[in-house]
Design a protein around this ligand. Sequence first.
Ligand code: PFF
Length: 466
Amino acid sequence: MSDGLDTAEKRGQWSGRWGFILASSGCAIGLGNIWKFPYITGENGGGLFVLIYLACITLIGLPIMLAEVLLGRATQKSPVGAYRDFSAKGSPWVIPGWIGVLTGFVILSYYSVVAGWALHYTWLSLQGGFAGMDAETIGNTFGSVFANGNLNLGWHTAFMMLTIAIVLGGVRHGVERIARILMPLLFVMLLVLLGLAMQSDGFAEAFSFIFSPDASKLTRAGVLEALGHSFFTLSLGMGAMITYGSYLKKKEDIVSASVVISILDTIIALVACMVLFPIIFSYGMEPGAGPGLVFISLPIAFSQMAGGAIWATVFFALLVFAALTSAISMLEVVVSTVIDETRLRRTAATLLCGTAIFLFGIPSALSGTEGFAGKEFKDLTAGIFGEGKGKNWFDTFDYLASNWLLPLGGLMIALFVAWRAGAAAREKGFNEGTRFQNLYVAWLMLLRFLVPIGVVAVLLHALEVI
Ligand code: PFF
C-alpha cells in the first residue's frame, strides 16, 4: 500500500464505473438502511415520514451526491484538500471539510456499536439461533444485550479491529472486491426474505403503514429526522462521496452512477421495511420499538422457520458485511485526510485514527447501562432536550451527527459547488463522461436554490422558528 497520496497511481482507482457504483453502494448501503430506516419509520408513524424521506433523497440528496462526487473526481483529493483546491489559498472553506472529517469520526464511533450487535446476533445464530424461543424472550434478549456493557465493549473492539485491519491493508482494492461479492448477495437475501414476508398475515397492514401518509403522526423532529437520514443513508455531508469520487477516472459517467447508487440505496431501505413490518404486525409488536427493532423482529421470524438458524446466520453476517463496507469508508475519510494533511504514513494514520475512534465509541458501547454514558447521561441531557426526553450518549451523538452535522455539511457542499466553485470547472466536472449534459442546468438550479432553501427550512422548522 502506498504511503503518500499524491498521484492518481498512488492513490488508487476503481476498476471502472461498476467498481465505483458497487463500492459506493457498499458505502451507502449499511446499517442505515436495514437497522435505522425501519426503526425511525416505525417511530415516526410510517407513510408521511417515508414520503418526506423520498422527497429529500430525490430533490436534496441526489444533487448533493453529484456535487460531492464531482468535487472528488475533479480534485482527486479527500474533503479538506478538495475544498482547498477549488478555493483560494488560506480560504476558510477548508473548515467544512474538517467538520465533515469530524462527523465521520463521530458516526463511526457509535456505528461500530450497532455493528457489534450484528456480530453478537451472528454469533447467537451460529449457536442454534432462536429456535424454540417465544417473542417475549427474544425481545428481552435484545434488552439484556444493550444493558450489558462488557459485551458491547467486546464486540465494539472486535468490529473496530476488523475495520482498522481492512483500511490498513489498503481499502480500495479490498473494498471493491468485497463489495462486488457481498452487495449482490445482500440483495438476493433481502429478496428471499421479502418473498417470505409477502406470505405473512401482516403484509397488507405493513404495506399501508409504510405507504399511506398520515399527517397526525409526524412531528417537527420527524421532518428533521427524515432529512438527516437521507444524508446518513446516502453517506452525504461528511465527504465520503468526495473521497470515493476521488478514486474515479475522468471518463466515467458520474450522473448516471449517482442515480443508480441512490436508487439501489432507496430500494434496499424500502425492502428492509417490507420485510420487517409484516413480521412486526403479524406478531402484534410495536412498530415504534426503537433501535432494537431489527434485532427483535427478524429473530422472531427466524425462530418459526425451518432452517431458521441458518437463515439467521446468513442474514446477520450480511448485516455485518454491509456495516463493514460503510465503516471502512468512514475510517477511510478520516485516514486519507490525515495522510494528505500531515504526511503521516498510512499505517500510523490508520492506527492513530482507528484507536481514537474506538476510544470515543466506548461510552456508546456503555449507553445501555445505568452508569455515566447511559442513565446518568440521559438525566444530564434532559436539561437540553426537555424533561423526559433526555438521551444517552449513543443517542445524543447519533442525533447531533445525523440530524445536524450531516445536513449542515451537505448544505456547505451545495453552497460551495453551486456558488463558489469556478463555473467552467464545475460544468466540465459535471459533463465529463456523461451523456446527460442536458441535465446540467436543472442540477445547478436545484443545488443553488432548492437544496439550500430546503435544508435551511427543515432546520428552522426543527428549531420552531418556522
Ligand atoms: N450510509 C451508511 C448507512 O446507511 O449505513 C452510513 C454512512 C457511511 C454514513 C459513510 C456516512 C458515511 F460517510
